[in-house]
Every structure is written in C-alpha cells, then in structure tokens.
Design a protein around this ligand. Structure first.
Ligand code: NAD
Length: 488
C-alpha cells in the first residue's frame, strides 16, 4: 500500500495531527493509498519554510542555475515516466495512453520554461548619459499552488516550472483525491538537493488551500479548479493583495457548419467530449450543429457511441475510463436527468454500463442528449463528465450569439471549409482558445486560460512565466547634482 507524507523544509514528515486519508481507485473503489492529510498548521510550517528559503540563499541563484534545474527535472520525469503514468492512471482512472501523453507533455513543459528562463535578460532603457535605467524581472516570492484532480501532475507542472524557473519558492497543494503523482514528483525534487524550503508539498483539502490563499506570507496564489473555490480564493487573497492566477471551468462550444469535413467533425466530436471521460476543463461537451446536417450528424454519433470501449485504464483496448468520484458520478447523472426533464432527448447512455465489472467504481456510459436548446441548464452549466449536449442552429449569427451567451470563455471550436467564415468566427468568439477544424491541441508555446468566468491570467507561453515575476524599474544616477527646485 502506498503511504504518502508531507514535504516541508526539505524533510519528509507526517501531519502534526497524524491525519491520513484513504485514496480510492475510481475503477473499483479499492483503497490504493493512505495519503497524509494536512491541516492549516502544516500549511503554515510549509509557508514559513518557503519564506525563509526565498529570503535566503535561493535569491542568489542565476538564470543558468534555474534553467539547469528545470532541464534536470525534465530528465527525471522522462526517467520515471512509466511509473508516473501508471500512478496517474491508478489514481484518476484515465487510460494509460492518456497518462503517458501527459508525462511527455509535462517533460516538454519543463524544457520549454528552461529555454525561456535561459534566454531571460533585463532591458536597458534609453536614458540620459549619467543614468543607468534598466527594466528587470524579479521573482514574486512565495507561491501557493493549488491543483485539481483531473490532470493532477500536468496542471502542477504548468505552475511549478515557471514558478521555480522565475526564482520563486513553492508550496503546492494537490487535490486530496489525487495526490499520488505530485507526491512522486516531490520525491524527484528530493533527489536534487535544493536548499530546504524551496519546494514544499502539503496534501490536504480545502482548508489547506484556504490557508495558502489567506496567508500574508504568500505572495502569489495560482489555482486551477472550479468557480466556487476560485471565488473564495479571490476573496481570501485580498488580505495582502497577493497576485492571483485562476484557471477555472468552461462551457465550450464545438460548432459544426454544414460545409465541414463531416468524417473528421464526427470523429473529433467524440474526442472533444470523451477524452478522460469528459473531465477536461476544455471539453467540447456543448455540440452545436447546423440545421441542414443536424439529424444526420446525430445519427452518425448514435452509431459510434455504443462502440466506445469503456473499461479499466490499464487494459490496452480501453478507450474511456470511469469518472473520478462517487460525488461526480451522482452529479453527472443528476444533470442528465435534469436535461431530460427540461425536454432534451436521450439518444444514448445516461446510466452506469451493464455488467459485473461496472458494479464497483464510478462508471458511466458515453451519453448523447439531442434537441437541447440554449436556455436549458445542461447547455449553460459545466457537466464535467462524458456527456454531449447537441443544439441546432440555423445561421452563423445564431451560432455565434448562442456560443458567446455563457459566463464562461475557456475554449471553442469551429468546423468549416470556408476560411472566411473560420476567420470571422475565430475573431468573434469570446474564448481564450479557438480551434478551427481540430479539438484539444495545446502547446507549451501557446497561452492557456479563459475569458470571463473561466479565469484570470494565463498559463504556458511567455506570459505563463511573466505571471510569476515582478517587473522592476532600476534607475541609477551616476552623477547626482542638487536640483535647486526649492532654492539653495
Ligand atoms: P475544486 O475547485 O473542487 O478543487 C480544486 C482544488 O482547490 C483542490 O486542490 C481543492 O482541494 C482546492 N480547494 C477547494 N476549495 C477550496 C477553497 N475554498 N480554498 C482553497 N482551495 C480549495 O475543483 P476540482 O473539482 O478539483 O476540479 C474540477 C474543476 O477544475 C472544473 O471546474 C474544471 O473545469 C476546472 N479545471 C480548469 C482547468 C483550466 O485550465 N481552466 C483545468 C483543469 C480543471
């Protein structure tokens, strides 16, 4: 049985009150680990350690030291990639293929930020000859990083790599449902002999996250998760007006025009909605199809859905695993029922699959609800499960209006062969990412984040590093002379 500990000030330790939490496999509900469950008191120790490290020797590291560190972490991720992928699949239920892809993306993220950090240099500004004016980027300080359960180590990597690369110290709190890969990652960090306190792990629930958000000794909090927790973090952060980054939920339209390549659009409608059983912040669960092809499109999806292989993520033939928890399972089923009650037509799914292997665990059939209208709750709220809701539209204007009529703004996709329309739509859609004739690709080089209620700030890309820096104007007068403004 895996047992995890906290990592504070360079030491592995148990929580002060010896708290533990059973970690459960979503595939069969068996207990797979006992994780340390920290309290606010442990979080305070970790924050104090991170503060000391930031105010101490860590400030003297050079960009070369930190770029080397990120590259070394990438090497260790590659070395343990299979172990990490297996842990991620065990803890989240996602297929091993998806977890292996995550580990490749995580190593790439560290390498990308290593390259950016290495190329970092301040700017010398135009100024009078007796003045040296420079614009410098400096670390923000102690960073509290709070991550969700759907992409546990990937979301952590998007924060840890730029935070350490920019010269900050870190206290990370993964979701208490999925701490295993972040714990293993911390073991890799422990191999590196960093100064104590530069990297700290506190596994626990909302109260640990709240301590990070509230603490006056934390300078930046970066959170990925739901809107409810995001709002409370934003309010808590006002105590010292700390820097905040919020990556929140989405309600992401996948818009198919009649002139699209329909073979590709049908296929990608499945990828958009059912990767990781739909538990993706950018999942394209809100399908919008042009009227003239709507019935045929729904017919083609209806043929494909029963053929999706649901099963244990470790089995090679599995295409879709379970959802994360009993709570999610119940919530998703409840939303499907609410949709049917509002008038949506259940085409496929909406229940636990039949068969003994699906009796234990949080299994759901891939689900298709047709004849959904934009005013229904299921078209407005994030479902975060394997459910497609399909709406019909009659014109480009109608599609655009309905797609933008959401408080969220994370991602959207458009399927068309008309480049003019593709360009118009990508400009007019109010979302942080707009894909045309594709779904889901993201790169370390491209920014990730949401408009409106999908968040504040961006991760990845140049801006994903800048978020972890303060900008300073350094002005040195080499020949000071009295100004005489107020006389002699
Ligand atoms: P969640 O908000 O319940 O929890 C996220 C993290 O915050 C966990 O570590 C949790 O313990 C902690 N937390 C909960 N309440 C807190 C509080 N009051 N103060 C401080 N910390 C608190 O989210 P979840 O259920 O783990 O993840 C699913 C959500 O995350 C979905 O809404 C999804 O869309 C979103 N998400 C967004 C992105 C993105 O890039 N925008 C990526 C992945 C997931």
């Amino acid at each position: 049985m895996i047992q995890t500990q906290l990592y504070i000030d360079g030491q592995w330790q148990s929580p002060i009150d010896q708290g533990t939490r059973a970690i459960v496999s979503p595939a069969d509900e068996s207990v797979i680990a006992q994780a340390a469950e920290a309290t606010r008191a442990d979080a305070r120790l970790a924050i104090a350690a991170a503060r000391r490290a930031f105010d101490g020797p860590w400030r003297q590291t050079t960009i070369r030291d930190r770029a080397r560190l990120l590259n070394k972490i990438a090497e260790l991720i590659d070395r343990d990639a299979e172990k990490l992928a297996r842990l991620e699949s065990l803890n989240t239920g996602k297929t091993l293929t998806e977890s292996r892809t995550d580990m490749g993306d995580i190593a790439a993220t560290f390498r990308y930020f290593a390259g950016l950090v290495a190329s970092e240099s301040g700017a010398v500004n135009e100024a009078p000859h007796h003045v040296i004016s420079r614009t410098l980027r400096e670390p923000v300080g102690v960073c509290g990083l709070i991550t969700p359960w759907n992409y546990p180590l990937l979301q952590a990597a998007w924060k840890i790599a730029p935070a350490l690369g920019a010269g900050n110290t870190v206290v990370i709190k993964p979701s208490n449902l999925t701490p295993l890969t972040t714990h293993h990652f911390t073991q890799l960090i422990d191999e590196l002999d960093l100064p104590p306190g530069v990297f700290n792990l506190v596994t626990g629930g909302a109260e640990v996250g709240a301590e990070l958000a509230e603490s006056l000794d934390v300078d930046l909090v970066s959170f990925t998760g739901g809107a409810f927790a995001g709002e409370s973090i934003m309010k808590a952060a006002t105590g010292n007006f700390k820097r905040i980054g919020l990556e929140l939920g989405g309600k992401n339209p996948n818009i198919v025009f009649a002139d699209a390549d329909l073979d590709a659009a049908v296929d990608y409608a499945l990828n958009a909605a059912f990767f990781h059983a739909g538990q993706v912040c950018s999942a394209g669960s809100r399908l919008m199809v042009e009227d003239s092809i709507y019935d045929a499109f729904i017919g083609r999806l209806a043929e494909r859905l029963p053929r999706i292989v649901i099963g244990n993520g470790f089995h090679g033939e599995t295409q879709m695993g379970p959802v994360q928890s009993a709570q999610q399972h119940e919530k998703i089923l409840g939303m499907v029922q609410a949709g049917i009650a509002e008038g949506a037509r259940l085409v496929h799914g909406g229940k636990r699959p039949a068969g003994d292997v699906y009796k234990q665990g949080y299994w759901l059939e891939p689900t298709l609800l047709a004849d959904v209208t934009a005013d229904m709750k299921i078209a407005k709220e994030e479902i975060f499960g394997p459910v497609i809701t399909a709406e019909r539209f009659r014109s480009e204007e109608e599609a655009l209006r309905a797609a933008n009529d959401t408080p969220y703004g994370l991602a959207a996709a458009v399927w068309t062969r008309d480049l003019d329309k593709a360009n118009r739509m990508s400009r007019a859609l109010r979302f942080g990412t707009v894909w045309v004739n594709d779904y889901h690709p993201y790169f370390p080089e491209a920014p990730w984040g949401g408009y409106k209620a999908s968040g504040i700030g961006r991760e990845l890309a140049r801006i994903g590093l800048d978020e972890y820096t303060e900008l300073k104007h350094s002005y040195i007068n080499l020949a000071p002379k009295a100004m005489g403004w107020f006389g002699a």
